[in-house]
Design a protein around this ligand. Structure first.
Ligand SMILES: Nc1nc2c(c(=O)[nH]1)N[C@H]1C(S)=C(S)[C@@H](COP(=O)(O)OP(=O)(O)OC[C@H]3O[C@@H](n4cnc5c(N)ncnc54)[C@H](O)[C@@H]3O)O[C@H]1N2
Ligand code: MOO
Length: 410
């Protein structure tokens, strides 16, 4: 049977048609960091919530001290003391002063605060050497946030400052889409767990770590199942065990033309699965579909490490971001000047490993290593992928190219 070959765009469309944002629910604030808000957050209270002092000093009526100077100080009786969180004294009369600490409510009757530094710090009575302007060092109720203000718009990705603001207005939770739970399985009887001995024909399972780390970096919760041997029954059992905790499954290996291509063999009978070639390099052999009672999306990525990583970037990352309600779903491309020429196969979009940087001439990118999809060392030395379109077979040095800058937050 001839292999179904498709374009990167069509394959991505197939994927995005099959994944939907996860339902939102109220999340505890610390869980919401990095998630998209799924509500317009309206301030339930104003901030500051009451007039309060911006300095440790004395609350006064400004008219009483307006003439104060070092040469001609003003003396006032001190009639009380207000600490932050312990305001028993609520009002004062003109002609008096009240000791007040930073953050404590300014009593009715006072309109300004004299910092300690402008006084003799007196206890029963205070000498004031300098006058505040009217309202000075009083932080007005509502001057920062008014009740009813829209503080955070639907879709905003919540960062530390948003979390701080939500807590400050008394919100303990915020509606947001949860992190998708991504289960990662790597297949291959040649694979061994890092930290265990290697035989003459075995290799370490780098991919499940690579993909789990990429999934976590994308914002997902990654469950790295690790190694499954090249036996369809063992693979299907492992998959079945994992579906209960999966919003998305990613496998690596076993999808090309080999005699032991376990993933393809096990899943091809399902009419919810597609297997075929995608016009890209690395990453040609691909599979995607849904499995289990909940129609859980599954990506069956090729086993070569660079192929699986680039497939993650191009296909899995947009699915995770869709589920999280983040946009854009795909990493934005940047333009950069190519420092060395590159060649590329006709009819396949090539992703060339590169080093992206910016100098006075603007952004530039230098190809790193060879084209081989087993070159994990070169992959780790690069921070970008140069995207060479399907119809381009060579790009000279100095040309502007499209680049995926892999370390960029977006
Ligand atoms: N006759 C053909 N052979 C191959 C074709 C083809 O079109 N015709 N395509 C090649 C391309 S392109 C790729 S990519 C690979 C994809 O193969 P599989 O997805 O079936 O992956 P495997 O055969 O299981 O492994 C490929 C390669 O990667 C190593 N590997 C696998 N898993 C891991 C892991 N978890 N950590 C590290 N390395 C891993 C594995 O040992 C193999 O060297 O097929 C080509 N062949
Ligand atoms: O497509 Mo394979 O992923 O070139 O090495």
């Amino acid at each position: 049977m001839a292999e179904d070959v498709t374009t990167v765009e069509d394959h991505l469309r197939r994927i995005l048609d099959a994944v939907a944002p996860l339902p939102d629910y109220p999340q505890p604030l610390m869980e919401s960091l990095g998630l998209a808000a799924a509500e317009d957050v309206v301030a339930p209270i104003r901030l500051p919530s009451f007039d309060n002092s911006g300095m440790d000093g004395y609350a006064v009526c400004q008219a009483d001290v307006a003439s104060a100077s070092a040469e001609s100080p003003v003396h006032l009786p001190v009639v009380g003391e207000i600490g932050a969180g312990q305001a028993r004294l609520l009002a004062m009369s003109p002609g008096t002063a009240v000791k007040i600490m930073t953050g404590a409510p300014v009593p009715t009757g006072a309109d300004s605060v004299v910092p300690y530094e402008w006084t003799d710090r007196g206890v029963a009575k205070v000498r004031i050497d300098k006058a505040p302007t009217l309202g000075q060092h009083v932080r007005r109720a509502g001057e920062d946030v008014q009740e009813g203000d829209v503080l955070i718009e639907h879709g905003t990705v919540l960062g530390p400052r948003h979390v701080g603001l939500l807590a400050s207005v008394g919100r303990a939770t915020v509606r947001s889409r949860p992190r998708p739970r991504v289960v990662i399985l790597s297949t291959g009887s040649e694979l061994r767990e890092p930290g265990t001995p290697l035989g003459h024909d075995t290799i370490y399972d780098g991919n499940s770590y690579l993909l789990a780390a990429a999934a976590r970096r994308a914002g997902a919760i990654a469950y790295r199942v690790g190694i499954v041997p090249d036996e369809p029954r063992a693979f299907l059992d492992a998959l079945d065990d994992q579906l209960v905790r999966a919003d998305l499954v990613v496998t690596s290996g076993g999808v090309s033309q080999g005699d032991f291509d376990v993933v393809k063999e096990a899943l091809r009978p399902l009419d919810t699965m597609w297997f075929g070639g995608v016009g890209m390099q690395p990453g040609k052999p691909q599979g995607f579909g849904t499995v289990g009672d909940d129609a859980t999306p599954i990506f069956t990525l090729p086993g070569n490490p660079v192929s699986s990583y680039i497939s993650f970037e191009v296909f899995v990352l947009p699915a995770i971001r869709t589920m999280m309600g983040l946009s854009p779903v795909s990493r934005p491309t940047r333009r950069a000047r190519l420092t060395h020429p590159i060649s590329s196969p006709a009819g396949r979009r090539q992703f060339v490993r590169g080093d992206f940087a910016v100098d006075r001439g603007g952004p530039f990118v230098t190809p790193v290593g060879g084209h081989g999809s087993h070159l994990i060392g070169d992959l780790a030395s690069s921070n970008a992928l140069v995207v060479v379109p399907e119809d381009v077979t060579s790009v000279p040095a100095g040309e502007q190219v499209q680049v995926l800058w892999l370390d960029e937050e977006f």
